[in-house]
Design a protein around this ligand. Sequence first.
Ligand SMILES: [Zn+2]
Ligand SMILES: [Zn+2]
Length: 66
Amino acid sequence: MSRVRNRRQKETVCHCCNAVLPFCWRCRCGFAMCQACMLENFWGMSCNGITWKCPDCGQWNGYGNQ
Ligand SMILES: [Zn+2]
Ligand SMILES: [Zn+2]
């Protein structure tokens, strides 16, 4: 496809798989991770399902608290 879509919405690049998505989990430091990668790394990043730990800066971020 050669047609370029008008990008009005801000898209986020997943820092894990480099996919460009309209939604990613984001950390305050700028790190972003898509839903698929989050699920894949869930057990390594979250211990309670409420918060996830940013692998970049180590900060805790809440789910659904964007
Ligand atoms: Zn990803
Ligand atoms: Zn971070």
